[in-house]
Write a protein that binds this ligand. Structure first.
Ligand code: SF4
Length: 98
């Protein structure tokens, strides 16, 4: 029995809109030379794929598209690997339902 979903999460996320607060990212990655296990986990768990490895093997974040789910906050804020706050009023994700 084939149970292929009719639509993927990535396809749904495309409908959201995001107002970028230039110069005020609401999530920051602590400067590091070698990523911690927590930072490496963020590459896989962020549903919006905001985290990626740069050419030096360090984890970077691009907050555009963040859906503010808080997953990275649970994993990497307690260890100090990231700083997380809500976007300033009016900025951030605008969900479209349906
Ligand atoms: S809050 Fe969620 S969507 Fe935003 S960067 Fe963290 S894991 Fe990704």
């Amino acid at each position: 029995m084939n149970v292929e979903p009719s639509m993927r999460v990535e396809d749904k996320l495309y409908y959201n809109r995001y107002l970028v607060d230039v110069g005020h990212p609401h999530v920051k990655v602590r400067a590091h030379t070698t990523p911690s296990p927590q930072l490496l986990a963020l590459l896989k768990v962020c549903p919006a794929r905001c985290y990626e490895l740069n050419d030096n093997g360090q984890v970077e974040i691009t907050v555009d598209g963040c859906i503010e789910c808080g997953t990275c906050r649970v994993i990497a804020e307690p260890t100090g690997d990231i700083q997380w706050s809500h976007p300033r009023g009016g900025y951030g994700v605008l969900f479209k339902f349906g």
